[in-house]
Design a protein around this ligand. Structure first.
Ligand code: BG6
Length: 480
């Protein structure tokens, strides 16, 4: 008998900004990510650095640079073909995000853009035709630039009202089609990049942490209000939060290293603590004090947070990190956060430490802490694929990565963890979020497009496509 429950949601995940393209079609407004220029050396520091209005205006008017997220993989025009391939693999669910500036192009208008709404109607209808449940993220990093210029994104409390208007609008519109929702993708990203995750220009800001955590408070309130609205408008829907989970092991059994790992856990889980439990955890106040952070709140905020707790906890998991009380030693890259190197683990081509057992560790930790269903909505291996002359792609390294993670998920389920589903990231090759490369591929489906934007955009099945199809067919029983 399978370890996975019969209703386990196998599928795949994407986000609008990395797939859709058609950035100014259908009445869509400019988004923060449209201003991200591709550079061959993929300078992450530059990407995450605080932005000025001049930089953003330069990007909007730039006629020379290449901005891959404006074009994605042209899902906007090819979604029928892509969904047919997901159906062929047997997907039970497909994670996608709605592009906020497609629905409210500037977001100070009160009426939504009908063309944008109709686009997602068509996408959801196509998914439902194959009995694939849409799993929708309301805000996957993407933010309407009009609102950045008008009120500096999530720094402003006024953005809560804009977001809830947008959220209620899509709940009303898609209430018969979408039963699984998430509010903010990797909500802890705001503590790393206020522009990418909050549409905030902070070039001249002195206390950046103050701005980031104030914006997080606004997102918490907005998320809680959206949860409430979702429950009212779609009583049979479930809505979750979404965290970039960073499992940070103590470097040694030195108690100081262990304490560091407790602290890193708290820094990471602070975000889900608020969204799952409905209040700020006590440990955060010392951090706020040490960093001169003073969160401005309003009467009623506590109640909103309490009433807006989520139904499930979703998270991304790509690798594990190391927490240490000393700063010496070799470092390696990771998703959003870099880490010391773990000698027991291998790394991906991009330096992310591959750790399937860490996924099981994290599943237990999260379930012990929250006791609500968990959903792995991102996991996968960014790797360089080679298309053979006959067009085949032999991505055994990706199969190995996914197999070892699914094995650990199965064990965690046997050990009592309530896991709803699994949507590996970038189920079709997409533009990388952090590097804007196409060569960092995660997909079961190959897209003929290179880092310079050349290619036919033709889709083809990799070896992992057939493998994952079998995994779904056997409900996780056959992983070979
Ligand atoms: C997560 C994001 O942080 O990691 C995705 O939610 C992103 O949008 C994914 O694509 C993988 O990161 P990257 O940089 O390899 O695309």
């Amino acid at each position: 008998m399978s370890k996975f429950p019969n209703n386990f949601l196998w599928g795949g995940a994407t986000a609008a900004l990395q797939v859709e393209g058609a950035f100014l079609e259908g009445g869509r407004g400019w988004a923060n990510f449209d201003t991200e220029r591709y550079t061959p050396d993929g300078n992450l520091l530059e990407l995450f650095s605080p932005k000025s209005r001049e930089e953003i205006e330069f990007a909007i008017n730039d006629k020379v640079g290449r901005y891959p997220k404006r074009h994605g993989i042209d899902f906007y025009h090819r979604f029928k073909e892509d969904i047919a391939l997901f159906a062929e693999m047997g997907f039970k669910t497909f994670r996608l995000s709605i592009s906020w500036p497609r629905i409210f192009p500037q977001d100070d208008e009160l009426k939504p853009n009908e063309e944008g709404l109709a686009f997602y109607d068509a996408v959801f209808d196509e998914l439902l035709k194959y009995k694939i449940e849409p799993l929708v993220t309301l805000s996957h990093f993407e933010f309407p630039l009009g609102l950045t210029f008008k009120q500096n994104g999530w720094e402003s409390r006024k953005t809560i009202e804009c977001f809830t208007r947008y959220a209620s609008c899509v709940f009303e519109r898609y209430k018969d089609k979408v039963k699984y929702w998430m509010t903010f993708n990797e909500i802890n990203g705001i503590s790393m990049s206020e522009f990418l995750c909050g549409g905030i220009l902070a070039h001249d800001v002195i206390n950046l942490a103050q701005v980031q955590y104030q914006a997080a408070h606004h997102q918490f309130i907005a998320s809680a209000l959206a949860v409430k609205a979702c429950h009212e408008i779609i009583p049979d829907a479930q809505i979750g939060c979404m965290l970039a989970r960073i499992e940070a092991y103590p470097e040694t059994c030195n108690p100081l290293d262990v304490m560091e790992s407790v602290k890193e856990d708290q820094a990471n889980l602070f975000f889900s603590d608020v969204q799952v439990r409905g209040y700020y955890p006590s440990y955060i106040h010392k951090f706020f004090k040490e960093n001169n952070i003073e969160i401005k709140t309003e009467t009623g905020d506590d109640e909103i947070l309490r009433e807006g707790v989520v139904d499930f906890m979703a998270f991304s998991y790509y690798m594990s990190n190391i927490a240490s009380s000393n700063t010496d030693g070799e470092m390696t890259a990771g998703n959003l956060f870099n880490s010391k190197k773990n000698p027991y683990l291998t790394t991906s081509d991009w330096g992310w430490q591959i750790d399937p057992v860490g996924l099981r560790v994290t599943l237990h930790k999260l379930y012990d802490r929250y006791q609500i269903p968990l959903f792995i909505v991102e996991n996968g291996l960014g790797a360089k694929d080679v298309a053979e002359e006959d067009g085949s792609i032999h991505d055994s390294y990706r199969i190995d990565y996914l197999r070892s993670h699914i094995e650990q998920m199965g064990l965690a389920i046997e050990e009592g963890v309530d896991l709803m589903g699994y949507t590996p990231w970038g189920c079709i090759d997409i533009v990388s979020s952090s590097t804007n490369q196409m060569s960092k591929r995660y997909g079961f489906i190959y897209v003929d497009l290179d880092d310079e934007g050349n290619g036919t955009l033709e889709r083809s099945r990799k070896d992992s496509f057939y493998w994952y199809k079998k995994v779904i067919e056997t409900n996780g029983d056959v992983l070979t």
